[in-house]
Write a new protein. Structure first.
Length: 423
């Protein structure tokens, strides 16, 4: 079907975007067979750290007192303060309502006990099937940290994730706190030396290779502070140079960097304590230029870094830009970033990831982001239709499939995972 007019265009884009399955390339979700690691349900939705930060702005409760409450009590406190005593219009509050509504809960009752009863009919396996279907997500990439004492045993026992869940080898402790991680590596039989010697390089690389073998990660990932520098005469600089980049290239496991997070700005907020600052793009530019055979997947946390990141991606095809990360995952910024990226890079980006920590958030994160993607695409396609260009439905299907799943799989070299809505 050839599309020449706005009405057909708008209808087609809406249908195609709604129908398109998403591969969510960065989440904090777990396969349902990983014990209690997968968070789901209304109490988890309400105690999301985004909402903890928001409740503290209204509530006089002491931080310690809040953290001493049970999960249910924290959820009740947040429900009362952010939903009943004030209107829930922030993106994180709205997200809870979209997720509940999408799950079939009647939010207008405002009855948390009733919401809990609905979720009580599910277990984590049924919940995964239902939420992935509701959110139209086909694959989920987890965040898997071998230094995490709760998670490590599952991998050591050979627990295989559900086929829809894929690992990402997260190496924050190795890169951001090497002094402590070095001790752990020794405990685990990696003979790293006090100094950065050839043997240390070999042993850290062996650690990475072992975990790549165990997890089969789609990429290695790290979050980095605004002050991140490279090259740098530091533990982090040396590990990236001597271990991460060579292993990433040799094993074809791209290196994902999430840059710009200031951890623990208000430590009393615990999981909600992190903030943001602008970073330099020079380290990334240096890596892209000096390591053309390495693949990099990158996002920045500050709004101010987004334009220069999109420009840098025009210069280096070994860079894939992804997502509207964390404090950027708000409609006003998603729209601005998506429009800017499409204008500068066409359709060669991964416009969004969910960063979901709670399974049910997949419903709202993708519903809200798809609405914006739809809007931007209609506008951009309409601009070209006005020149006399025409579009086929199959071309729109191809483009939307690229944006929501195939660009990711193609970039990481998994052509076998590429699918389009039409087939
Ligand atoms: O992957 C990360 O480092 C961050 O996305 C998380 O640490 C953060 O807490 C997350 O919930 C943000 O959306
Ligand atoms: Zn994350």
């Amino acid at each position: 079907m050839t599309i020449t007019h706005y009405e057909e265009l708008a209808r087609t884009v809406k249908e195609v975007v709604a129908k398109q399955k998403v591969t969510d390339m960065h989440t904090h979700l777990y396969s349902p067979n990983f014990g209690g690691l997968l968070l789901w349900g209304v109490d988890e939705l309400l105690t999301y750290h985004y909402l903890v930060a928001e409740v503290m702005r209204w509530s006089p409760i002491d931080y310690e007192e809040f953290w001493a409450l049970s999960k249910q009590e924290q959820a009740e406190h947040i429900w009362k303060t952010l939903f009943l005593e004030h209107s829930p219009v922030s993106e994180a509050c709205r997200g809870v309502l979209t997720s509940l509504e999408g799950f079939g809960v009647d939010v207008k009752t405002r009855d948390l006990h009733q919401f809990r009863e609905v979720y009580a009919r599910y277990d984590e396996y049924r919940q995964v099937d239902r939420v992935l279907e509701l959110a139209n997500v086909d694959h989920v990439v987890m965040t898997n940290d071998p230094f995490d004492d709760e998670e490590r045993p599952f991998w050591l026992n050979g627990t295989a994730p559900d086929s829809r869940f894929h690992a990402a080898l997260r190496i924050d402790p190795l890169l951001n706190d090497y002094a402590r991680s070095r001790e752990r590596l020794r405990e685990w039989g990696y003979a790293v030396e006090e100094e950065w010697t050839e043997q240390s390089v070999k042993e850290v690389s062996r650690f990475l290779t072992d975990w790549i073998g165990r997890m089969k990660p789609l990429y290695m990932a790290v979050s980095l502070p605004p002050s991140f520098a490279y090259p740098e005469d530091s533990d982090r600089g040396r590990i990236i140079r001597d271990c991460i980049l060579p292993v990433s290239r040799e094993r074809s496991v791209p290196f994902a960097m999430m840059i710009g997070v200031k951890r623990g700005v208000n430590p009393a907020l615990q999981s909600a304590s992190d903030s943001v600052d602008k970073a330099s793009l020079e380290p990334l530019e240096y890596m892209l230029k000096h390591h053309p055979d390495n693949k990099f997947i990158t996002t920045f946390l500050s709004r101010e870094n987004q334009h220069e990141l999109a420009v840098l991606a025009r210069k280096f095809r070994n860079l894939m830009v992804f997502g509207c990360w964390w404090f950027l995952n708000n409609p006003v910024l998603i729209e601005e970033m998506t429009r800017m990226r499409v204008e500068l890079l066409g359709l060669s980006v991964i416009p969004q990831h969910s960063d979901a920590r709670v399974l049910d958030q997949l419903i709202y994160k993708w519903k809200h982001s798809k609405e914006i993607l739809e809007k931007v695409l209609i506008e951009k396609y309409h601009d070209v239709l006005r020149t006399g260009w025409t579009l086929e439905r199959s071309e729109i299907e191809r483009d939307v499939a690229d944006l929501l799943r195939n660009n990711f799989w193609r970039f990481i070299g998994r052509e076998d995972m590429i699918e389009t809505a039409g087939n």
